[in-house]
Design a binder for this molecule. Structure first.
Ligand SMILES: Nc1ncnc2c1ncn2[C@@H]1O[C@H](COP(=O)(O)OP(=O)(O)O)[C@@H](O)[C@H]1O
Ligand SMILES: C=C(OP(=O)(O)O)C(=O)O
Ligand SMILES: [K+]
Ligand SMILES: [Mg+2]
Length: 570
C-alpha cells in the first residue's frame, strides 16, 4: 500500500508540465528574457514537487529496493513500454545546477548521466556534487551515473589581460608569449604551454576558438609570436589556439600528453569518489585509453568505464583503434570544430556513430546542441534539427554543456532533448527506419559471435512479433549492449545483480537497467522477475516479452547455453 502511494505521488510529480510556472520559478527558473523568442510548444516538463512551503524540490524518500530507477518506472506506468525514451541524456553540472534541488529536478526530468568537467571548479566543488547525486540515487530511487571529464592538454590562453572577453580589432598587432607577466599588458596574450609556438612560421595563421578571431604571424622572436589580426572578433577567457598553414591545420597537439599530472590526480579523485565513467579529453591514440584502463584495473575494485573524446584531427586518423580500446566515445564537437573545418563536422559525426555501432560501443554527441538556450528560453529551429539528426543517426546519448552548467534554462533544455528524442524515435519506429540498419551493416564480427548472432536474431524477432519488451539477463551487461546495438523497437530491460553494470548501461540506447537478485538458475530468475514486475503492476496479463538469456555453466549443469524465448504474461 505504501509503495502504491509512493508511486502515485511520483506520477503526479512527473506529470507537472509548463502550466505550473509559479513553482518552477520558485526553484529558480526565470521565464522572462531580454529577447523573448516565440515559444513553439516546448513546455517545461521538469518535474518538481508542488510544495509551496519549501524551496527544495523533494520526492518522498524511497528506500533502496530492487527494480528499476524511479523515473523509468513512472515513465513506464504513464506512457507504456513504447513511450520510454531510448536516447540517453547527459548533463554537465556547473554552478547553475549544482544545488540539491536543481540536481533532483534534472534527475526527475530524465538526466541519465551527470558530467563533471575538471577544466572548471575545484575538487571540493566536484566532490560535493558527486555526493549529492549519490545521495539522491540512494534516497530517492534515481539512477544517475557520474562521469568525470578530464582537462587534458591543449594550447590555450591563460591570460589575455582582461577579466572577461577582449575585443580584437582588424590590423591590430598582438604578441603571443608563454612568459608570464604582472598586471595587464595591452595587446599581449599569455599561452599556457612553453613550446606553444614550436614549428610555427611567419605567414602561418593563428585561429582563436575555431574562428572567433584570426591572426597571421608577422614575426617570431624566440618562442614569442607577433601577429596581425586579419579577422576581427573576440578573445574569451581560456580561448583555444589552432595554427593553420596553406588551409591545413598544423598538426602539433599530439606532442602534448593526453593525461597530465593534474589529470592523474583528478583520476585518483574520481576513483576515490566511485564515479562510473572517465571521459578522456584529447585522446590521440589508443594507447592513452589502454594506459588508463590498465591503471583502473589495478587501482579500482569497481568497474569504471573509459570513454575517449574524439576532438582532435589525430584522433580521427586513429579512430578505429581508439573505439576498439575504449568503452565508449564522445563526439566532442566543440574542440573538434577547432581542429577540422566546421562543414566537416556533420559527416564526421555520422561516421563516428556508425563505427561505434559496428564495434558495439556507446557514443555521445556533445557540444552546442542547444547552445542558444544558455541565454534564451527556447531553442532555435536549427538546434532542434541538429538534435533530431543525432537521434536519427541513433546516437546512444546527447549531452548538454553550458546549457545546464551555466545557463538559465537548463531544465528547459533537458526537456527539449527529452521531447525531441522521444518524438524522433517514435517517428523512426513508424517509418521502420531501423530496417535501414540492416544486419549486413553489422557485418563486423565481435569477439563473441554466438552472443552477437543471438542478439541480432532476437531483435529481428522482437520487431517482427511486435513484443512489448525484451528482457535480458546479464552480469556485465554485454548481451544488453548487443541487443541495444540493433536499436530494437521495444525497450530492453537488462536484469542484473551488479551495481556497476547498471551504472554503465545508463549510457546505452534503449536499455533500462533493472536490479535483481539473480540466481544460478536462469529459469527461476526469469519467472521471479516477471512475477516481481507483475506484482508492481509494471506488466500485465497479455503482455508479451522476448527473453534472451545467457546461461553460464554451473557444477550442476555444466553446459553454457544462450537462448531466445517468447513469454506471454498470464
Ligand atoms: N564546474 C564548473 N564550474 C564553473 N563553471 C563551469 C563548470 N563546469 C562547466 N562550467 C561552465 O560551463 C561552460 C560549458 O561547459 P563545458 O562545455 O563543459 O566547458 P568548456 O566550455 O570549457 O568546454 C564552461 O565554459 C564553463 O564556463
Ligand atoms: C565536450 C567537449 O570537451 P570540453 O567541453 O571539455 O572542451 C568538446 O570539446 O566538445
Ligand atoms: K574537459
Ligand atoms: Mg573539448
Amino acid at each position: 500500500m505504501a509503495a502504491a502511494a509512493r508511486d502515485l505521488s511520483l506520477v503526479s510529480q512527473l506529470a507537472v508540465a509548463g502550466s505550473r510556472v509559479p513553482s518552477l520559478r520558485k526553484c529558480g527558473l526565470h521565464f522572462l528574457n531580454k529577447r523573448r523568442r516565440p515559444n513553439f510548444g516546448f513546455k517545461v516538463r521538469a518535474a518538481v514537487q508542488l510544495d509551496s512551503e519549501s524551496e527544495n524540490a523533494t520526492t518522498k524518500p524511497l528506500e533502496k529496493t530492487l527494480g528499476m530507477d524511479v523515473v523509468s518506472e513512472v515513465g513506464l506506468r504513464e506512457k507504456g513500454f513504447m513511450g520510454l525514451r531510448k536516447t540517453k541524456l547527459v548533463c554537465t553540472i556547473g554552478p547553475a545546477c549544482s544545488s540539491l534541488c536543481d540536481l533532483e529536478k534534472l534527475a526527475l526530468a530524465g538526466m541519465n548521466v551527470a558530467r563533471l568537467n575538471m577544466c572548471h571548479g575545484s575538487r571540493d566543488w566536484h566532490r560535493d556534487v558527486i555526493r549529492k547525486i549519490k545521495m539522491l540515487n540512494e534516497e530517492k530511487g534515481f539512477s544517475v551515473s557520474v562521469m568525470i571529464d578530464t582537462e587534458g592538454s591543449q594550447i590555450h590562453v591563460v591570460d589575455h589581460g582582461a577579466p572577461s572577453s577582449l575585443k580584437v580589432e582588424e590590423d591590430s598587432i598582438w604578441r603571443f608569449t608563454a612568459k608570464s607577466f604582472e598586471g595587464s599588458r595591452p595587446f599581449t596574450v599569455q599561452a599556457n604551454h612553453e613550446r606553444f609556438s614550436e614549428g610555427i612560421e611567419v605567414g602561418d595563421e593563428v585561429v582563436i576558438d575555431g574562428g572567433m578571431a584570426c591572426f597571421v604571424v608577422v614575426e617570431k622572436t624566440g618562442n614569442d609570436l607577433h601577429c596581425k589580426c586579419i579577422d576581427p572578433g573576440l578573445f574569451l577567457p581560456g580561448a583555444k589556439f589552432s595554427f593553420w598553414r596553406d588551409g591545413k591545420l598544423v598538426r602539433r597537439n599530439h606532442k602534448l600528453p593526453t593525461l597530465t599530472t593534474k589529470d592523474w590526480a583528478d583520476i585518483d579523485f574520481g576513483i576515490s569518489e566511485e564515479v562510473d565513467f572517465f571521459a578522456l579529453s584529447f585522446v590521440n591514440h589508443a594507447d592513452s585509453v589502454e594506459q588508463l584502463k590498465n591503471y583502473l584495473s589495478t587501482k579500482s575494485t569497481r568497474s569504471i568505464k573509459v570513454l575517449a573524446k574524439v576532438e582532435s584531427l589525430e584522433s580521427l586518423h586513429n579512430l578505429k583503434e581508439i573505439v576498439q580500446a575504449s568503452d565508449g566515445i564522445m563526439v566532442a564537437r566543440g574542440d573538434l570544430g577547432v581542429e577540422i573545418p566546421l562543414e566537416q563536422i556533420p559527416t564526421v559525426q555520422e561516421d563516428i556513430i556508425y563505427i561505434c555501432r559496428q564495434l558495439n560501443k556507446p557514443v555521445i554527441v556533445a557540444s552546442q546542441l542547444l547552445e542558444s538556450m544558455v541565454e534564451y528560453p527556447t531553442p532555435t529551429r536549427a538546434e532542434v534539427a541538429d538534435v533530431s539528426e543525432a537521434v536519427r543517426q541513433y546516437a546512444d546519448a546527447l549531452m548538454l554543456s553550458g546549457e545546464s552548467a551555466i545557463g538559465s534554462y537548463g531544465q528547459k533544455a533537458l526537456a527539449v532533448l527529452e521531447m525531441t528524442s522521444t518524438r524522433i524515435e517514435s517517428w523512426a519506429r513508424e517509418e521502420n527506419r531501423q530496417s535501414l540498419l540492416s544486419q549486413h551493416q553489422l557485418g563486423v564480427s565481435l569477439p563473441d559471435r554466438t552472443a552477437e548472432q543471438i542478439c541480432n536474431c532476437a531483435v529481428e524477432m522482437a520487431n517482427n512479433l511486435g513484443v512489448d519488451a525484451i528482457f535480458v539477463y546479464t552480469k556485465h551487461g554485454y548481451m544488453a549492449t548487443l541487443l541495444s546495438r540493433n536499436r530494437p523497437n521495444p525497450p530492453i530491460f537488462a536484469f542484473t545483480k551488479e551495481e556497476s553494470t547498471i551504472m554503465a548501461l545508463n549510457l546505452h540506447w534503449g536499455v533500462v537497467p533493472f536490479q535483481v537478485d539473480l540466481s544460478d538458475d536462469t529459469e527461476s530468475s526469469i519467472s521471479k522477475s516477471i512475477e516481481f514486475m507483475k506484482s508492481k503492476g509494471l506488466i500485465t496479463r497479455g503482455d508479451v516479452v522476448l527473453v534472451v538469456s545467457d546461461v553460464v555453466p554451473t557444477r550442476s549443469t555444466p553446459i553454457a547455453s544462450q537462448s531466445i524465448k517468447v513469454k506471454t504474461v498470464v
